[in-house]
Design a protein around this ligand. Structure first.
Ligand SMILES: [Fe+2]
Ligand SMILES: [Fe+2]
Length: 294
């Protein structure tokens, strides 16, 4: 029996309410999200917010100085980073750097831990940015952050009811290279009454992230169900995590297949040649985002 939409919404609301004392987004991230949302915010505003958190500042500098941004070792201050990369990019990097804190918790099963999910999220984020750049889309920083957030619903499940997530993971099972033997989303439906897509979208709404993040967390397994005007980033993340699973296996218990739906490629105007080209350069890009994993 499938869960009705109303029942599912109820489960999500309850879980988010239950965990909100644990899963409060670090206050600093909320402030940066506000700045991202406010088109009038300036470099000084951002500087004021992050200057109070030296650990975050050094993490941001580590990221901007990684070869991923093509300026290795050149940027000594946040102000300089803003001049070189633009305010928007630095805001997104700041959010990304502050999100690492959320992916905490020990090993749940031999195939799953918050750490493994963080590695998967960072890799997907990097691939999403590379795809955007290659396809000539102007929103690669947003795609990066969406990639980082896409499976956050699993952290909601972990904090809401660890035992039930363990049950899901055990029932999904993993063969060689972490390839799942069961359908994780169907099993989540049975065990939780909702999937990590539902929990992720609920969390993004609760945190008042830009709407596009709820689209990606909520539809990354079925991006074509979104209206065409809202589906581009979700399609990018969909492709990104499949490419990652093909070249550098990370967490993929929710992906039974790494095949890319031709309709998604067509929507993105992503040709087979372009895809192969991106796939070939990915390992190098992944190496350069390792600093985000630290
Ligand atoms: Fe994923
Ligand atoms: Fe997922």
């Amino acid at each position: 029996m499938t869960t009705s939409t109303a029942q599912r919404d109820q489960v999500v609301i309850e879980a988010i309410r239950e965990i909100s004392h644990i899963a409060t987004l670090p206050e600093i991230t909320l402030k940066i999200v506000d700045l991202v949302e406010n088109p009038k915010s300036t470099a000084q505003d951002l500087h004021k917010v992050i200057a109070n958190d030296p650990a975050l500042c050094s993490r941001i500098l580590k990221v901007v100085n990684s070869s991923f941004y093509g300026l290795p070792g050149q940027i000594g201050s946040i102000n300089r980073a803003i001049v070189m990369l633009g305010l928007n990019a630095v805001k997104n990097i700041a959010i990304a750097a502050s999100l690492a804190k959320l992916f905490r918790g020990g090993d749940l099963t031999p195939n799953f831990s918050a750490r493994v999910l963080w590695t998967h999220s960072v890799s997907t984020a990097a691939a999403a940015k590379v795809l955007c750049d290659k396809l000539g889309f102007a929103f690669s920083d947003e795609a990066f952050l969406s990639g980082l957030m896409h499976d956050i619903g699993l952290m909601v499940e972990m904090q809401f009811d660890r035992n039930r997530l363990v049950e899901v993971l055990q029932r999904v099972g993993a063969g060689k290279d972490g390839v799942p033997t069961g359908d994780m989303l169907a099993i989540e439906e049975e065990v939780f009454g909702a999937t990590h897509q539902n929990f992720g979208a609920g969390l993004c709404e609760k945190w008042k992230f830009p709407k596009s993040f709820a689209y990606v967390t909520g539809y990354h397994h079925k991006p074509l169900e979104l209206p065409p005007e809202n589906r581009t980033v979700a399609c990018i993340v969909y492709v990104a995590e499949r490419l990652i699973a093909q070249v550098a296996p990370t967490f993929r218990l929710d992906l039974q297949s790494t095949e890319i739906d031709p309709a998604v490629s067509e929507f993105l105007k992503l040709s087979g040649e372009k895809l192969a080209e991106i796939r070939n350069t990915l390992p190098e890009h992944l190496k350069s985002v390792e600093s985000l994993l630290a």
